[in-house]
Ligand binder design. Structure first.
Ligand code: ADP
Length: 407
């Protein structure tokens, strides 16, 4: 797969790719991004089995694994050693697992598992873009996307590129520590305006192979409690099932090979709210969301009184309070940021209550750090008095050019 650096990216080429990506995404109904705050909670297992359960429900489903550093879908589906070829025009044909379910994993394209390790932020963005636009899925009802744990470059690149018809499924385990991680995923989604289909609590109790009941090994219910607290749906508990570990060897998703087991039934139940989503749900979300966003604090990096292109080295930040409903600026404060070091500005601006930053250029890594801190990033703005920039943003007239990468 070819990759191009951000700086050499030709503008007309980018426009063409945007168009190809939008066309591809239009052929796909709902995109489901499976996220987790940390690794090892069963995110890939859940992604594979959600996809298989939707396919069993008669839907056309694609499963895309863009975990560039540790793609585990091939192992889970018994596809280790298989390879996918990329044709000369760049298109990728998925592996058809059955009539309804096709799969593409970055692990099926890499010759060497270490290839991805050298990819940095902007490269990852472009690689993920190519995966999203180049796979010839045909028409799909659902595309389930497995990206790496956390809120780094890959989930960010997916969330920014799949378009609006997307929902996140957040996977956690019952232990409190995982629950703390999932909070970050939920605020990541909220920052990116990515709706949340719900939280799944995986490894929740043990599906006993002897009595057929679920035995609670740890304190369970953390995911459900968190879902209620954060006002997002709870999709259900998936118990630990020894057959899940074994199913990879059989080369078929677990829900296929153990369709009558407790865990497979739990997956079938977890997809019901997704299958039952209606346009009214989406309208309700939009309404609730606009209420949440009534008041905002917008941060603008400033040098010599105007927006400064290098946000990491600006003299001051203008923190502009706005009433988003009335689309007006209500107050502006100028603050001097702490000395520059990686990660400090997103944290500091979060502490100042900022929920949007309008900047000139910003690299992917920094964008990820802002997203983790609940701050939406608008890039490509140029110059101007902070209040005028914010006013233009509020009225939808803000001119944004190319993101000048600052790495
Ligand atoms: P992640 O993608 O979060 O890193 P994986 O999906 O790769 O996690 O799962 C990690 C390990 O846990 C795998 O060996 C997988 O088979 C196992 N696993 C995940 N969920 C379950 C479950 N509900 N029951 C039994 N084993 C599970």
């Amino acid at each position: 797969m070819s990759t191009q650096s951000c700086s050499s990216f030709d503008e007309s080429q980018r426009e063409l790719e945007e168009l190809e990506l939008a066309t591809r995404m239009e052929q796909i109904g709902l995109k489901l991004l499976v996220l987790s705050g940390k690794g090892g909670v069963g995110k890939s297992t859940v992604a594979a089995n959600l996809a298989a359960s939707l396919a069993r429900a008669g839907k056309k489903v694609g499963l895309l694994d863009v975990d560039l550093h540790g793609p585990s879908i091939p192992k889970i589906l018994g596809l280790d050693g298989r390879r996918i070829a990329q044709s000369e025009n760049g298109s990728i044909a998925p592996i058809k697992l059955n009539e309804n379910l096709s799969v593409v994993s970055v692990g099926l394209l890499l010759d060497n598992a270490n290839d991805a390790v050298i990819w940095r932020g902007p490269m990852k963005y472009n690689v993920i873009r190519q995966f999203l636009k180049d796979v010839e899925w045909g028409r799909l009802d659902y595309l389930v996307i497995d990206s790496p744990p956390g809120t780094g470059d890959e989930p960010l690149a997916v969330a920014q590129q799949v378009g609006k018809n997307a929902l996140a499924v957040v996977v956690t385990t019952p232990q409190d520590v995982a629950v703390a991680d999932v909070r970050r995923s939920v605020s990541f989604c909220k920052t990116l305006d990515l709706r949340i289909a719900g939280i799944i609590e995986n490894m929740s109790g043990l599906a006993c192979p002897h009595c057929g009941k679920t035995v609670d090994l740890f304190k369970v219910g953390g995911g459900e409690k968190l879902a209620a607290e954060m006002n997002v749906p709870f999709l259900g508990r998936i118990p630990l099932d020894p057959n899940i570990v074994l199913s990879g060897d059989s080369g078929s998703p677990f829900v296929e090979s153990s369709a009558d087991g407790i865990a497979a039934r739990a997956f079938a139940a977890a997809i019901m709210p997704i299958l039952n989503r209606t346009k009214q749900d989406d309208a309700l979300f939009a309404k609730q969301h606009s209420k949440e966003n009534n008041s905002m604090k917008i941060a603008i990096p400033v040098a010599d009184g105007v927006l400064c292109m290098h946000f990491g080295h600006c003299q001051q930040f203008a923190i502009v309070d706005v009433d988003a409903d009335a689309k007006t600026v209500t107050n502006t404060t100028y603050l001097t940021p702490p000395p520059h070091e990686p990660g400090v500005l997103p944290r500091w601006l979060h502490e100042q209550g900022a929920n949007v930053i309008i900047a000139g250029g910003m690299g992917q890594r920094a964008q990820g750090l802002f997203a983790e801190n609940g701050i939406k990033v608008v890039v490509g703005a140029q110059g101007g008095d902070p209040q005028a920039v914010v006013q233009a943003y509020l009225s939808g007239d803000l001119q944004t050019g190319q993101n000048i990468c600052d790495h």
